[in-house]
Design a protein around this ligand. Structure first.
Ligand SMILES: Cc1ncc(C[n+]2csc(CCOP(=O)(O)OP(=O)(O)O)c2C)c(N)n1
Ligand SMILES: [Mg+2]
Length: 337
């Protein structure tokens, strides 16, 4: 019952619903005022099934779960198939600087979207391979679109979503399970925070695969400020006019950073290029870096979710005051515990 899963305690509000929680931590089992069972999940489920069978319990659900799953599988297929066809591309996220998409397409000549890149990666990974992630828009996208096939195969730092964690973690995860491939997905800003750990990866001769999602900025923060009435301020990587970063987008070549460390590097501007690069990387014994030119604003969005984000309650901007009033309204609606 984390912040993401519950939309900051706003999602599950039906007063007629009581939660049953199984958790090894008593503290966590209390969440949502649940009827709690403190213990190992598998053992508790086993014990509960015996008790429920004895009590003659029958679930009221028939095909609902299967249907919901089918609907979601269709949605994942749609997300995985989104391709940018040119400067007029209409990405998932609507709140944006009108300059950004045409400028990015011209800068990199790319058709790759974030959702398609994730789907391509997942399809090419072998069962049992590991994925690592921490900050930016990727942890919430992974929570929505990723399918995990083993315990521990999904190593995502949801505690603080600490940017910079990714590259060190890629090395640690690979060292823990050297027999399978490890794939780290990291935003361009997260990568910039601790790319120096690539040196340690090379020093220890650890073969990791690092996929840098270059969308020219702090994508998820830009989304947040634009949907909270602030506008796009200093969250895209743009040249400054000496005061504000309001100029053109700044091109960056992350593949060259990988090469500088002696890694095998790839630049990917389409699903096809990414698929080829991933296949080739499996033959490499040296660590690999993928510079993915992913369209800004092409991450997932919506699905009726809400996130409790702090915002100034007093501001000269009417749009910020309106956004603050809305946050307060949602907080009122959210469950308190
Ligand atoms: C160390 C750290 N500082 C600040 C933040 C707040 N923060 C969350 S996401 C983000 C921007 C991430 O940009 P990027 O890594 O490029 O990912 P994108 O959102 O573009 O996918 C920031 C500044 C954080 N999570 N960790
Ligand atoms: Mg980014």
């Amino acid at each position: 019952m984390t912040d993401f899963t519950t939309s900051s305690k706003w999602l599950f509000r039906n007063e007629n619903v009581t939660f049953a929680a199984i958790n090894i931590s008593r503290f966590h089992a209390y969440k949502f005022d649940a009827v709690k069972a403190v213990g190992d999940a598998r053992e508790t489920v086993k014990a509960l099934s015996v008790l429920l069978r004895e009590a003659g319990y029958h679930s009221a659900y028939t095909t609902e779960i299967e249907e919901a799953k089918k609907e979601w599988d269709d949605e994942l297929e749609r997300l995985g198939g989104i391709v940018c066809e040119g400067p007029d591309f209409e990405p998932i996220i609507k709140a944006r600087d009108a300059r950004t998409i045409p400028e990015f397409v011209k800068l990199y000549g790319t058709s790759l979207t974030q959702t398609a890149a994730l789907a391509t990666l997942r399809a090419i990974m072998e069962p049992g391979d590991n994925v690592v992630c921490a900050g930016g828009s990727l942890p919430s996208d992974l929570q929505r679109v990723w399918k995990t096939d083993k315990i521990g195969g999904y190593h995502v730092e949801y505690g603080y979503s600490c940017m910079g964690y990714e590259i060190g973690a890629s090395m640690g995860v690979k060292m823990a399970q050297p027999e399978v491939e490890e794939y780290t997905v990291v935003g361009d800003a997260g990568f910039q925070m601790l790319s120096s750990e690539l040196g340690t990866i090379m020093q220890e001769r650890v073969k990791t695969n690092i996929l840098v999602f270059d969308n020219c900025g702090f994508g998820c923060i830009n989304n947040l400020e634009m949907t909270h009435g602030i506008g796009s301020i200093a969250t895209e990587f743009r040249y400054t006019d000496g005061k504000k970063p309001c100029g053109d987008l700044i091109p960056m070549d992350y593949a060259k950073i990988g090469e500088a460390y002696g890694m095998k590097s790839y630049t990917c501007r389409s699903v096809e290029e990414l698929a080829e690069a991933l296949k080739d990387s499996k033959k490499q014994t040296v660590a690999c870096l993928f510079d993915l030119k992913v369209l800004p604003k092409s991450m997932t969005d919506g699905y009726g979710s809400w996130w409790n984000v702090g915002i100034a309650a007093t501001s000269e901007k009417e749009s910020v005051r309106a956004a603050a009033a809305e946050v307060m309204e949602y907080r009122e609606q959210a469950r308190k515990y």
